[in-house]
Design a protein around this ligand. Structure first.
Ligand SMILES: [Zn+2]
Length: 196
């Protein structure tokens, strides 16, 4: 009896240790499922709510953001019909990014340009501008940017190893192909608002 007592205590201690481990596991699981629930409740990003299966090439206002007195407008330069047309190839996108940014940052509206860059889905580009703007107000700038790309010959600006993260990944002829197609869509159809 006396010899069993410490053993019994040890077993009890081990069991309560197990019990605590079990409780900790349950708690971790509880926290994890709670976080997962919260994640589900997270606000859906506005651009994800646009029905991409009905979207066609155009120049759309993706969103407007204000911080204090500063307002910025993000434009959706949709080049290909999402999920119905082949997406653009990466080197062409890269060339449009370099040439587009070069044009915009040297244009009459250069001080209003915040950013120009590709969408991860490879169906278009984002142009971010200071100001509460409408698509019609930047249409001429975008068309001129297309003209600049279409007329461009020679070395792509900013495409040297010390200037770019993947400097050989360029395709000027394909950049012109997509730009020509996009420009034609803008002129012919003038889609400036998202489908209702
Ligand atoms: Zn680059």
């Amino acid at each position: 009896m006396h010899t069993m007592q410490p053993r019994k205590q040890a077993i009890t201690a081990a069991c309560s240790g197990e019990l605590w481990k079990g409780k900790a596991r349950a708690l971790r699981l509880q926290i994890w499922t709670r976080d997962l629930r919260r994640e589900k409740e997270m606000e859906k990003i506005a651009s994800f709510t646009i029905d991409h299966t009905r979207l066609l090439p155009g120049l759309y206002v993706s969103r407007r953001d204000a911080h204090g007195d500063v307002c910025v407008t993000t434009f959706d330069l949709r080049v290909t019909a999402p999920n119905r047309e082949p997406v653009m190839d990466v080197p062409a996108i890269h060339t449009i990014e370099h040439l587009g940014a070069t044009y915009l940052r040297n244009s009459a509206v250069k001080d209003d340009v915040v950013y120009f860059g590709p969408m991860g889905c490879r169906t278009g580009f984002y142009l971010v501008m200071f100001g509460k703007l409408e698509s019609a107000e930047v249409l001429d700038t975008v068309l001129s940017m297309c003209d600049f790309i279409l007329a461009f010959e020679g070395e792509i600006p900013g495409a040297r190893p010390e200037e770019c993260g993947n400097y050989l990944d360029q395709n000027l002829p394909m950049a012109k192909y997509y730009t020509e197609k996009y420009r034609r869509a803008l002129v012919e159809h003038r889609r400036l608002t998202y489908p209702a």
